[in-house]
Design a protein around this ligand. Structure first.
Ligand code: GDP
Length: 430
């Protein structure tokens, strides 16, 4: 049985916590897209961890953690994360890396930096992890697949030389930076080969056998629908597809094997970097209070430490986010954080050119959208520690039911704290 845990919003919805929770019963956890440009924060019995590349099953001794072919693999970061968790007492995780995954090269990171520098005020607010240059090269067919590391030396050097010619024109003439050295690049690749050799395999074949054997497989998405390269707020998106459908592509399994799609939706909104964000809280004091109280220790980027932009729950974006994911279940997270508010505004529509819509539009129209806000009463107490849905305050249950109706997808899990046990299962009212 294959399940996917994905984000329905802009990312940072608490997917890591939900995956860590579900990973307890999973034989295999798979990362299928993205790279080290975003992070999951996980709090469990070993401590608090920020994972960027390592799948969230890394804390379960019996779970196999897979880097799928769709991932932008930064080898030193992956190895560093393994060393880090092991040094904190976590048993060495079982890792497999797809021989078809491609490698983030040091020059991808440099190009990301140089281009952001060149764009200055018009930059994408990239995390400078090399993701956009990486995926550009992958689709231009000049990327390095893991399996290329086993090519004959001459063939590999030839490939590097070919790529270097083109890259060095840009480096020297556009960015006025030092060129790439062919031998140095070869040495880097050989270092990566040595580091990943024990883990490399045919992931698609491995998963095919696992599916046939009835194993539980969890696909772990990074970021969320609104950062999807095709369906998100283009161009302020990531350079890969964050939707569950890509899960099949990103690890080589049949799409119809994905039976359950758990879309993680946060009880309020947050977004990182520039881009359209209709339900954003514009009063900085109000936003800052939510930011400080948000998540576990505040809404600041797991990778960059940047303060996140804050907003009220957006039913329009979340309904769209859930639809594009193909949601079977919604995990509604970080609800406990809202306990301090007397009243909670919720964005239920977008006003565009004087008309109200509940359908999420393309970026051109999104730029003109104004939020239509409805206000719900708060519950004014701390709900952490509650384990039964019935025990939640009435106004809190009403908030959940209201949102479930507006988004139209079943909220079957409610997360009321960062820990693995802070979860309430619920029967959908739809
Ligand atoms: P991800 O990338 O989707 O995994 O999200 P992040 O890790 O960036 O952000 C989620 C943050 O919220 C982390 O610090 C989690 O520990 C925390 N978190 C997750 N679920 C809950 C919850 O229900 N309540 C609270 N207070 N924090 C939560």
């Amino acid at each position: 049985m294959v399940k996917a845990v994905v984000g329905a919003n802009w990312g940072d919805e608490g997917k890591g916590k939900i995956t860590d929770l579900l990973a307890g019963d999973a034989d295999i956890v798979v990362r299928f897209q993205g790279g080290a440009n975003a992070g999951h924060t996980i709090k469990n019995r070993y401590g608090k961890f920020a994972l960027h590349t390592l799948p969230s099953g890394a804390f379960n001794e019996n779970t196999v953690n897979i880097i799928g072919n769709g991932v932008a693999l930064n080898v030193p970061i992956l190895m560093g994360e393994i060393d880090d968790i092991v040094s904190k007492g976590v048993p060495k995780p079982k890792i497999l890396i797809s021989e078809r995954a491609q490698l983030i090269m040091p020059y991808h990171i440099k190009f990301d930096e140089y281009e952001e520098e060149r764009l200055a005020g018009k930059s994408f607010g990239s995390t400078k992890s090399g993701i956009a240059p990486f995926y550009s090269d992958k689709f231009a067919k000049i990327g390095f697949q893991v399996s290329d590391l086993w090519d004959d030396k001459e063939d590999l050097l030839d490939k590097i030389k070919g790529i270097t010619v083109q890259k060095n024109v840009l480096l020297e003439d556009l960015y006025h930076k030092p060129p790439i050295d062919v031998n140095e690049t070869y040495e880097t690749l050989m270092k990566y080969k040595e580091m990943i050799e024990p883990y490399v395999c045919d992931v698609s074949l491995y998963l095919d056998e696992a599916i046939r054997a009835g194993k539980t497989i969890l696909l772990e998405g990074q970021l969320g629908t609104l950062k999807d390269c095709d369906h998100g707020i283009y161009p302020m998106v990531t350079s890969s597809n964050t939707i569950a459908a890509y899960g099949a592509v990103g690890c080589g399994i049949p799409p119809y094997e994905i039976k359950q799609i758990i879309s993680v939706c946060k009880a309020y909104s947050s977004a990182v970097g520039a881009g359209e964000f209709v339900s954003e809280i514009l009063d900085e004091d109000v936003a800052d209070e939510l930011r400080r109280r948000g998540g576990d220790g505040g809404e600041y980027g797991a990778t960059t430490g940047r303060p996140r932009r804050m907003g009220w729950f957006d039913c329009v974006a979340s309904r769209y986010g859930c639809r594009l994911q193909g949601t079977t279940d919604v995990a509604f997270t970080v609800l406990d954080v809202l306990g301090y508010l007397d009243e909670i505004p919720v964005c239920t529509g977008y006003e565009i050119d004087g008309k109200v819509t509940t359908d999420f539009p393309v970026t051109r129209l999104l730029k003109k959208a104004k939020p239509v806000l409805e206000t719900l009463p708060g519950w004014k107490c701390d709900i952490t520690g509650i384990r039964n849905y019935e025990d939640l305050p009435e106004n809190c249950k009403n908030y959940i039911s209201f949102i479930e109706k507006k988004i139209g997808y079943p909220i079957t899990m409610v997360s009321n704290g960062p820990g693995r046990d802070d979860i309430i299962y619920r029967k959908s009212e739809l």
